[in-house]
Design a protein around this ligand. Sequence first.
Ligand code: HCB
Length: 224
Amino acid sequence: MLNDTLSAMRQSIIDGAPDTASGLAQQALAKGMAPIDAINNGFVPGMHDVGEQFARAQMFLPDMMASAEAMRAAMAILDRELRKLGTERPMAGVIILGTTKGDIHEIGKILVGTMLTAHGFQVHDLGVDVPGDKFATKARELKADIVGVSALLTTTMRNQKTVVDALQKEGLRSQVKVMVGGAPVTKRWAEEIGADGYAKDAMSAVALAQELIQQKLQTVSGQL
Ligand code: HCB
């Protein structure tokens, strides 16, 4: 039964069917399924299938756009539930999120933002196609603890380095941690560009953000 629901969720994304996807999300909540299980085990695998079919030219751009719409429809329902959890927790830190310049992929970033919010972080999402200097300006303005930069294209992941560089140029690098993610991004890449960490998915991004906040607190207490 559970497997049928998860398969139907996956299929709704492959079919690019927003109404079906949001209906399944609602049903899942009504049956007591944890929203994160619906996302991770139902809808996200559908997005991965879509990416693979697109790479094999079995799917085209309009199909991928329809799948993204279905994913957004499901997330609109599940986000609300996850965000409620955050209001019950103490504020864990201030995080700025964005997708790097030249890149309009946002589903993963939104998911990361939702999970961070659900764990008590105050998240400011700058959206997509964000230049490095905008991350730095906002980090100063909002006294951010962490900047999270998403990139989904091999051609735009190098722009994650422009964020590290912009923070350095603004004299903020010692106060603001940088975490990177996105399908082509790796731990090695994060090290290469001088970021403080890499997260492969939204749950790992929460664990990493918590760890980075701890590191920051230790540095501050060491300076006192
Ligand atoms: Co897009 N696209 N796309 N796309 N797209 C990819 C990314 C390909 C891999 C598909 C493929 O070829 N197999 C490919 C990139 C190839 C490459 O560079 N190696 C690709 C391409 C080529 C393109 C276009 C160039 C296609 C074209 O126009 N010819 C174009 C680029 C536009 C641009 O950005 N300038 C394009 C457009 C699109 C849309 C608009 C149709 C749509 C995006 C809609 C939207 O976001 N509003 C889209 C989609 C949906 C995808 C796929 C199918 C899914 C992406 C997604 O949402 N995944 C993707 C295939 C894939 O990734 N396998 C495909 C689901 C989320 C949950 O995973 O990896 O994004 P995620 O995020 C995770 C994780 O990475 C991590 O946590 C998230 C949650 O678990 N994470 C972070 C992410 N950011 C983080 C930041 C942190 O600080 C920490 C963790």
